[in-house]
Design a protein around this ligand. Structure first.
Ligand code: ASP
Length: 280
């Protein structure tokens, strides 16, 4: 069993040392708690559990604490991919629900598994998700001061369970100040993808991640026999060709954990039951 989570990018110049330590500590705690959950649950259940904890933490740009868009509204996107069944589900630009990743999880049983905007909200309501404002005082302040924090804090998780199954989940409040209707990579196969060989969750500039097809490319390369490090190296060299900005976390079916980012510093924590990996 293995788990890795990320909390988007961190910039020492924009965010204080105190925030850095808070992110390190919260990621470690969530990785450990999620690993304990993984001991009794599937990879698909665990990635939802971990992402929900991250969505509930105001430090991150997902769920509570999501960034505000150019029209003053918050729209969130989240997706889940079960590597065992190779099914993907997600919500795009949903408003006023506490945990978008849980709506994505409920959608997994449907024929229509990715819903957007109002349709996603109507579905959530019908399935018992009550209205909830994910706006925080800090995000409103940033919005009013027009402090472009550049989409920092998207969250994601990849897990490998004891039956050897992989899953990936990703959730975001977007890049902040975006145009109404803009679609993030986080609920696409470029930002979140898994099969029986590999699982990947991305963060960074959604447009770059979609142009590079980052998560899907890494997974397919590992599926076709490339080592995980090599799959990352090649995919990130292609990202560099388009001057792309992204980070990704991953686990392969042999339990190798890997992560890479094009720019400093993606915040992450991994745990294997004994040892932590944490960003510096
Ligand atoms: N990828 C997210 C988006 O473009 C933002 C981020 O990961 O920071 O919506």
């Amino acid at each position: 069993m293995k788990i890795i989570i990320h909390g988007g990018f961190f910039s020492e110049s924009e965010q204080s040392h105190k925030v850095k330590v808070a992110k390190q500590n919260s990621l470690k705690a969530i990785a450990k708690r999620s690993f304990e959950y993984l001991e009794k649950h599937s990879a698909a259940e665990t990635v939802v559990f971990a992402v929900k904890l991250l969505e509930d933490n105001e430090l991150y740009n997902a769920g509570t604490g999501s960034q505000i868009q150019s029209d003053g509204k918050i729209r969130m996107s989240a997706s889940l991919m079960n590597g065992e069944t190779q099914k993907f589900s997600g919500v795009i630009n949903i408003q006023n629900v506490k945990n978008p990743i849980e709506v994505a999880e409920v959608l997994m049983k449907e024929d229509d598994r990715v819903l957007g905007d109002n349709g996603a909200k109507i579905y959530a309501k019908k399935n018992g998700f009550s209205d909830y404002s994910t706006e925080t005082v800090q995000r409103r302040k940033e919005f009013e001061e027009k402090a472009k924090s550049g989409g920092k804090g998207t969250v994601g998780c990849v897990a490998l369970d004891q039956n050897g199954h992989l899953a990936a989940a990703t959730s975001t409040g977007g890049k902040g100040f975006e145009l109404e209707g803009r679609i993030s990579d986080s609920a696409t196969v470029a930002g979140n993808f898994a099969n029986q060989f590999c699982g990947v969750s991305c963060t960074g500039v959604g447009e770059d991640i979609v142009s590079n097809a980052t998560a899907a490319k890494i997974v397919i390369r590992v599926t076709d026999g490339m080592k995980i490090e090599e799959a990352f190296r090649k995919t990130f060299s292609e990202l560099k060709e388009i001057d792309g900005f992204a980070g990704a976390i991953s686990i392969d079916h042999q339990g190798n954990i890997f992560h890479q980012n094009s720019h400093p510093t993606m915040v992450f924590a991994s745990f294997d039951g004994k040892n932590f990996g944490v960003f510096e």
